[in-house]
Design a protein around this ligand. Structure first.
Ligand code: PMV
Length: 328
C-alpha cells in the first residue's frame, strides 16, 4: 500500500437498529451472537479527516475541536493499529472528527464515528477496500458501525469469524420512500452503562439470552418479509417488539438494570395511545433513554405535534433514510 500524505475525509451517517445487536460471541473481533437490521438516517452524521504523518511520535485525536485523551484516544489508536497492520505502515496519525447532530446532543453515536474513521483511515493508509471489507473494518471499532457503511436498510450478517461478519444493503424497498424516524431526546448526557458492559451482563447472566438468540432469527425473517411486502404496520410492530425483547435482557440480568427513565415510559404510552387513535407509529430504543418513533410521511405532523408539546420542539427531530459512506 502507498501511504498518502494528503488528509482524507469521509462522512458516515448514524443508523438505528430495528432488529437489535445485543451480545458479542467474540469480544475482541466483535462477532455478534445474532444478525441485525438497521436504517441509516440522514440527520445525524460524522465527518472525519485522517492524515498519517511519520514525523509525529503519537496519534492525536480531535473531536468537535477538542483534543481528546485517555479512553477515546486509546480506542482510536487501537483501531488505527488494525489499519496500520493491514497497510504495513507504522506512522502515527492525526484524526479530526466533527459530529453533526442538530441542536440536541445525546444522539452522537459510535456507529457514524467508527464508520467514518474506518473509511478515512483505510484510504489515507493507501488501502483500497471494498464496501464489505470496509464494513468488516468498521465492525472492529464498534459493532453497529459496520451497518453505517451503507445507506437505507442494512443487514449485518453475524457470520462466524472476522471474514464472514459484515453488513450489506437490503434491496431497494418501496417502504423506504415513505418511512420517517422521529428522534425524541430526553437526555443528553453519556449513558451510565455502556453498550459493551450492558451486553456482557446480559449474555453472561440473563436466563433469557438463549431465547433472545432464537427469537432474533424469527424477528429478522419477519421484518424482511414486511419490508418486501411494504407492510408498514407489520414492520413497526416487529421493530417495537424486538426492541422490547432486547430491553428485557437488561431487566433479567444480575444485577438488573434498565436504560429507560420515567420519560421513556411516558413516551411509550403516548405512542400506544396515538396508535389506538389510528396513527400508525411505533417505538424503538437503544442503550439509553431516548426514543425513536417510526412512522410514515402522512403521520409525521401528528407525531411531531404530540411530542413537541411534551418535550419542546428542540427535542424532536424528523429523520429520513440517509446515504452510505461518502468521501468528501
Ligand atoms: O455498536 P455498539 O457497541 O455501540 O452497540 C449498539 C447496541 C444497540 O445500539 C443497542 C443496538 C444496535 O444494533 O445498534
Amino acid at each position: 500500500a502507498t501511504l498518502s500524505n494528503n488528509p482524507v475525509t469521509a462522512r458516515a451517517h448514524t443508523n438505528i437498529a430495528l432488529i437489535k445487536y445485543w451480545g458479542k460471541k467474540d469480544d475482541t473481533l466483535i462477532i455478534p451472537y445474532t444478525s441485525s437490521l438497521s436504517l441509516t438516517l440522514d440527520q445525524f452524521y460524522t465527518d472525519t479527516t485522517v492524515q498519517f504523518d511519520a514525523s509525529r511520535s503519537t496519534d492525536q485525536l480531535i473531536i468537535d475541536n477538542q483534543i481528546s485523551s485517555e479512553q477515546p484516544l486509546h480506542r482510536v489508536s487501537n483501531f488505527l493499529d488494525i489499519v496500520r497492520r493491514k497497510a504495513q505502515i507504522n506512522s502515527p496519525a492525526i484524526v479530526n472528527s466533527h459530529n453533526h447532530v442538530p441542536t440536541a446532543a445525546g444522539l452522537a453515536s459510535s456507529a457514524s464515528a467508527f464508520a467514518a474513521l474506518a473509511a478515512a483511515a483505510s484510504k489515507a493508509a493507501g488501502l483500497n477496500l471494498t464496501l464489505s471489507e470496509l464494513s468488516r473494518l468498521a465492525r472492529r471499532g464498534s459493532g453497529s458501525a459496520c451497518r453505517s457503511i451503507f445507506g437505507g436498510f442494512a443487514e449485518w450478517q453475524r457470520g462466524e469469524d472476522d471474514l464472514t461478519s459484515y453488513a450489506m444493503p437490503l434491496k431497494a424497498a418501496a417502504l423506504l420512500e415513505d418511512i420517517r424516524v422521529v428522534a425524541l431526546t430526553v437526555e443528553r448526557g453519556p449513558k451510565a452503562i455502556s453498550s459493551r458492559q450492558g451486553m456482557h451482563l446480559s449474555v453472561t447472566t440473563s436466563p433469557y439470552y438463549p431465547t433472545w438468540v432464537k427469537t432474533c432469527q424469527t424477528d429478522l425473517t419477519q421484518l424482511k418479509l414486511a419490508i418486501e411486502k411494504n407492510n408498514f404496520a407489520k414492520f413497526g410492530k416487529i421493530s417495537e417488539l424486538n426492541a422490547m425483547r432486547m430491553h428485557a435482557l437488561t431487566l433479567s440480568a444480575d444485577p438488573d438494570f434498565t436504560y429507560f427513565n420515567g420519560q421513556t415510559l411516558t413516551i411509550m404510552n403516548l405512542v400506544k395511545q396515538l396508535r389506538h387513535n389510528g396513527v400508525a407509529c411505533y417505538y424503538t430504543i437503544d442503550a439509553g433513554p431516548n426514543v425513536k418513533v417510526l412512522c410514515q410521511k402522512a403521520s409525521v405532523a401528528k407525531v411531531v405535534d404530540t411530542f413537541s408539546q411534551l418535550l419542546g420542539k428542540q427535542n424532536v427531530i424528523v429523520a429520513k433514510p440517509g446515504p452510505g459512506i461518502q468521501y468528501l
